[in-house]
Design a protein around this ligand. Structure first.
Ligand code: PEP
Ligand code: MG
Length: 856
């Protein structure tokens, strides 16, 4: 019999029927599981994907024989796609209601119940099947006879037909409209955006209605056993009593809605129907233990008799999802690895930062690139100095700039969030903000900054003056007017537990990009396995250091330069000692100075005057010098190793500071083996020159201090030529770290600071699939990485390979680096948890695939 039904395109769901998620959809499969668990599910049929596809083309299954399988008079049809997240047409209930049944129901169960059921059916049939205007069928006021009459009249006027009375006709039309809705363009685009394949199918389940109306205690409800926001175990849901007459289930105030669990506010199912309530509790436990999931159960009670109509996964916040997964694993219901796999890596971001409450009011005033996640509220300031002044008064502020430069670092430290008019995902503002964990929106090109009048103008003509409050939503890439409602971050115990399970599973290292002791401390909090990139130039924006640096740049003679560097060296040494101590034995990669020198010089006249004062020079001297150092294209100018080759004293000073810090930190803590990294290399000879100087500084320090120490010298591969010549470069390098920010910039010939202006258009027109500064370009930049890694490894098999560009924290880039045999990825501290989890997903996924190959 079962086989016959299957051939007809539908299957009665029984414990042994052949029902598959990939043929009948997840809901059908879930219903079968409930039936196997002996839950009282009304008789249900599953229509498979092929059948539904045929229905959409006009070929209906044998409706009379379907109807013949059911005993009860009313039916429901619900969608059953392979993955519930792909959506589907709305369920239609009470199919079969007509004038005759309405009359009988009114006699047996009362007018109210009959009117409500019929009216609901007319409404959903009119809207979803006949496609009439929903406003016309708005359920306002009572579901009395007049409302019913009205709905039927509108239906007839709009369609020129009587409301269908035959259950066969009704069911045919419902099936047809649901099948067609699935094939519609909007539905297809929507589900494809949620990851559904192009040919995703829809199954349908047809079920006898257990109405939840009766002479005795009756009603309908949904119940779940966890809180969907927090993930904590608690009974939640609602129950609507629907009994004939005003029986015991109506509370003192004649309200019909009562509570599920005991509640002092009114009568509860637990009080009044203890047996049904106990069964619901038992079914909740069964779902959790056997379906290994927290489910929301839809049920009805008819004359005290419980029916389970459906169960779906409880919809939940990312935090609840994590807490639920950890609790299930701790109760040994799922494995630790499965818990890890149930948490999408990017969902952690929400837990690490404050978020704008999605349910609160939202008044967006600008849209840009979501450069650093989280949200913060504060008063607008337009200068770094303004930010520092407000921070000194303990006032929260938002730094709003056309774009930021290294001079803004202190302002960024003082601000709660940053908004820039220009810039892309790897622009200065974006990189620094991610490092600091500050919410940041860059490239908000619709705003105009009027610095003279200290106002920000938005595209819709509004103005916001300095001191006015705004909110930056760095996760959505928006600035909002006023103080938005917030959800605070909270790294609970479950978060740490899940990440420790992820660490057990993963097979690629995760380090942090950290420039300051505060960053390093954050890196440790997030269990980074070391520092993969310390951008030393970021250590130089404190007032005192900046001045010493400027003196060094302005020095006319080697002696003057030496004197300035001698002032800087102890500061650097102290920085490194602190970093080594915080990281206590974990590897620390220190990158030698990278940026163009002129970035350390003031740009505004104010700053020039200040500098002239400090150095006892004429302002004109300062201006001339700044002009002489300025370059047309500084990103491709005197920066990185070029500075090391032409002004070698700077790298000498840094090397000495590193080695002396190594000796100091090793005295008290674990032995330190510093990793020194040379930036912007494009030729082997650059490495040779720098290496020989650093080796000789090391030799000098060893002799002077009489102490032995080791260090590793490596190269940052961030120019296309370095990737191409990685073979010969690796011969002189203990490690190669790929700087994908510059590598992307140079491979595309695309300025990382200016691309924001047109990137939106480029992506929306499909020129680039994604912003390549955001998502690693596997085809182009990726080929250079692959080639560089292979050539580097071939000539130096011991070389450590890693990535330290901003892409290092993206799950897709981690997959690429893992496949290319990299040893670790390095990313901003706040992205470390996401990277740890993403790496674990990849390893577990691969092991699963390998296991299934063996068993096949
Ligand atoms: C890079 O270029 O990828 C990199 C990490 O260095 P920076 O962003 O400091 O140029
Ligand atoms: Mg770089």
């Amino acid at each position: 019999m079962q086989k016959v039904l299957e051939r007809a395109g539908y299957t009665e769901i029984t414990p042994t029927a052949s029902v598959d998620t990939n043929r009948h959809g997840g809901r059908a499969k879930c219903l079968q599981r409930l039936i196997r668990l002996d839950m009282p599910v009304p008789r249900t049929l599953a229509l498979d994907f092929d059948t539904v596809r045929e229905i959409s083309l006009g070929k209906l299954p044998d409706i009379p024989s379907i109807l013949g399988l059911f005993d009860r008079p009313l039916l429901s049809v619900r969608p059953s796609s392979e993955d519930a997240d792909w959506g589907g047409p709305s369920a239609i209930l009470n199919i079969g209601m007509n004038n005759e049944k309405h009359r009988k129901l009114a006699e047996s169960h009362g007018e109210d119940a009959a009117n409500a059921l019929y009216l609901r059916f007319i409404r959903s049939y009119a809207i979803h099947v006949a496609r009439l205007d929903p406003d016309e069928f708005e359920l306002t006021g009572a579901s009395d006879g007049r409302a019913l009459e009205h709905a039927l009249t509108i239906y007839e006027e709009e369609t020129d037909e009587y409301f269908p009375q035959d259950i066969g006709d009704q069911l045919s039309e419902v099936l047809r409209s649901m099948a067609r809705a699935w094939e519609g363009t909007t539905a297809r685009l929507l589900r494809e955006a949620r990851g559904a394949p192009k040919d995703a199918g829809l199954g349908l389940v047809v079920q006898e209605m257990a109405l939840g109306v009766g002479k005795g205690p009756s009603g309908s409800g949904v119940i779940q056993f966890v809180n969907g926001q927090s993930g904590e175990r608690e009974v939640r849901g609602r129950y609507m009593a629907r009994s004939q007459g005003r029986d015991a289930l109506v509370d003192k105030n004649e309200r019909e809605v009562i509570y599920l669990a005991k509640d002092e506010r009114g009568p509860s199912v637990e009080d009044r129907l203890p047996a049904a309530y106990a069964d619901l509790m038992r079914y909740g436990d069964l779902c959790r233990n056997r379906l290994r999931e927290e489910m929301q159960i839809e049920f009805t009670i008819e004359n005290e008799q419980l029916h389970i109509l459906d169960a779906v996964r409880v919809s939940r916040s990312p935090r609840a999802n994590l807490n639920i997964a950890v609790a299930l694993a701790q109760d040994a219901i799922i494995s630790e690895e499965e818990a890890v796999m149930r948490v999408p890596p990017r969902s952690l971001t929400e837990m690490l930062h404050s978020q704008v409450d999605p349910n609160g009011p939202r008044d967006a005033i600008a849209k840009g690139i979501a450069a650093s996640p989280g949200a913060a509220t504060g008063k607008i300031v337009f200068t770094s100095r303004g930010a520092q002044a407000l921070a000194a008064q303990d006032e929260d502020c938002i730094l709003v700039r056309r774009e930021t430069t290294p001079e803004d670092i202190r302002g960024m430290h003082a601000a709660k969030a940053v908004l820039t008019e220009r810039g892309g995902i790897t622009s200065h503002a974006a990189v620094i903000a991610r490092g600091l964990g500050l919410p940041c929106v860059v490239g908000a090109s619709s705003i105009k900054l009027d610095r003279k009048n200290k106002v920000l103008r938005t595209a819709d003509g509004r103005t916001f003056a300095e001191g006015e409050v705004i909110t930056i939503d760095g996760s959505a890439g928006e600035a909002l007017s006023g103080a938005a409602e917030m959800l605070e971050p909270d790294l609970g115990e479950a978060f740490q537990t899940l990440l420790s399970w992820a660490d057990n599973a993963r097979d690629i290292g995760v380090r942090a990009n950290a420039d300051t002791p505060a960053d390093a401390a954050k890196a440790r909090t997030f269990a980074a396995e070391g520092i993969g990139l310390c951008r030393t130039e970021h250590m130089f924006f404190e007032q005192e250091r900046l001045l010493a640096m400027r003196e060094m740049i302005f020095a006319d003679t080697p002696e003057d330069r030496r004197a300035a560097l001698d002032r800087i060296e102890p500061m650097q040494r102290a920085d490194f000692i602190e970093l080594f101590e915080i990281m206590s034995g974990l590897p620390v990669t220190i990158r030698l100075f990278d940026p163009p020198l002129h970035e350390f010089l003031p740009h505004a006249r104010e700053g020039m005057v200040e500098l002239a004062d400090a150095l006892d020079l004429a302002v004109s001297d300062v201006t001339r010098r700044v002009e002489a150092l300025s370059e047309f294209n500084p990103m491709l100018g005197m920066r990185g190793v070029r500075l090391g080759v032409t002004v070698p004293e700077i790298y000498d000073m840094q090397a000495r500071a590193i080695f002396e810090a190594t000796i100091e930190a090793s005295k008290t803590g674990a032995p330190v083996v510093p990793e020194i990294m040379i930036p912007l290399v494009s030729a082997k000879r650059e490495v040779e020159i720098v290496k020989s100087r650093i080796d000789s500084v090391a030799a000098q320090v060893r002799v002077e201090r009489g102490v032995k120490f080791d260090y590793r010298l490596g190269v940052m591969v961030e120019t296309p030529r370095a990737a191409l010549r990685a073979g010969e470069i690796a011969q002189h390098a203990a490690f190669l770290s790929f700087g994908t920010n510059d590598l992307t910039q140079m491979t595309y010939g695309l300025s990382r600071d200016d691309a924001g202006r047109f990137m939106g258009q480029y992506v929306s027109q499909g020129v680039y699939e994604e912003d390549p500064f955001h998502t690693l370009d596997i085809d182009g930049v990726g080929e250079l990485l692959q080639m560089g890694a292979e050539r580097g490894r071939a000539s130096n098999p011991d070389a450590t390979l890693s990535i330290c560009g901003e892409h290092g924290g993206n799950p897709e880039s981690i997959a690429f680096c893992r496949n290319a045999g990299f040893d670790y990825v390095s990313c901003s501290p706040f992205r470390v948890p996401v990277a740890r989890l993403a790496a674990a997903h990849l390893a577990i996924h691969d092991r699963g695939a390998a296991r299934s190959r063996v068993t096949r």
